[in-house]
Design a binder for this molecule. Structure first.
Ligand code: KIV
Length: 278
């Protein structure tokens, strides 16, 4: 399949045409190479890597070093997929100059095409400064995992009219500040629909119903690899856990009983040379 990295204006055109944008996370070369061979056009190197790759309980401990380290192999594995890298907690709450430096690192050292950061009205100045400095920004509102404790946990956001109104204003503010797309996480479907209709930039939903302009899922969730917990909005398109454990168990059994390695996986030697060893 011929694949070409889409451009930012293309995402807006797709929204106007009603063509959905497909996005999944990836955190390493192998998975990025698999996404590259699928029709998915956007990869998120999400700070969810803190949970699925590094075993933390939340995304808060993830550092800039972690993000740069994981973005590089994804870029090497998916040259024709648009790559967004997350700004981790603590990388954009100190000062504007530090925020700019960290965002630049994800593009220059990591090789990402854009960055994503969480927040609504509180980050609009940052988003405006980043975008006017040439950094493409994807916003992220609704359930923002980096600040989930302030939101009372991993809960659906925007359920009453006042909260929904705030989300609408946050989304419109992000568009005005120059964001090229906005992730809506754990937002009631009717609110996500309303936001998607009001914005001219695409919305990318996760737990936000079918009317967003695109969807994103964590790759380990959609492939059925991560099973510490499964949010309601996740659909598992495969059950790779079972497949992987079965393969590992068969390998372990064959090593134990001597079936592996067989002759087809072993190297021979010229008989004369072998004799000289004795
Ligand atoms: O880090 C991540 O994977 C995300 C998605 C849940 C949108 O931010």
């Amino acid at each position: 399949m011929e694949k070409r990295k889409p451009s930012i204006p293309q995402f807006k055109t797709w929204k106007e045409q009603g063509r959905k944008i497909r996005m999944a996370t990836a955190y390493d070369f192998s998975f990025a190479s698999l996404v590259e061979r699928s029709p998915i056009e956007m990869i998120l190197v999400g700070d969810s890597l803190g949970m699925v790759m590094l075993g933390y309980d939340s995304t808060v401990p993830v550092t800039m070093e972690d993000m740069v380290h994981h973005t590089k192999p994804v870029v090497r594995g998916a040259a024709n997929t648009f790559i967004v890298a997350d700004m981790p907690f603590g990388s954009y709450n100190v000062s504007l100059s530090e925020t700019m430096r960290n965002a630049n690192r994800l593009l220059q050292e990591g090789g990402a095409d854009a960055i994503k950061l969480e927040g609504g009205e509180g980050v609009l100045d940052l988003v405006a400064a980043l975008t006017s400095g040439g950094v493409p920004v994807m916003g992220h509102i609704g359930l923002t995992p980096q600040t989930a404790s302030q939101l009372g946990g991993f809960k659906v956001q925007g359920k009453d009219a006042a909260a929904a109104q705030q989300l609408i204003e946050d989304a419109m503010g992000l568009e005005e500040a120059g964001a090229f797309a906005v992730v809506l996480e754990c937002v009631p479907a009717p609110v996500a629909k309303m936001i998607s209709e009001k914005l001219s930039i695409p919305t990318i939903g996760i737990g936000a119903g079918p009317d967003c302009d695109g969807q994103v899922l964590v790759i380990h969730d959609l492939l059925g690899i991560f099973d510490r917990f499964t949010p309601k909005f996740v659909k598992k398109y495969a059950a790779l856990n079972g497949t992987i454990i079965d393969a590992l168990s068969t390998y372990a059994k064959e090593v134990e009983d001597g079936t592996f390695p067989g002759p087809e996986h072993s190297f021979g030697m010229v008989e004369e040379e072998l004799k000289r060893l004795y």
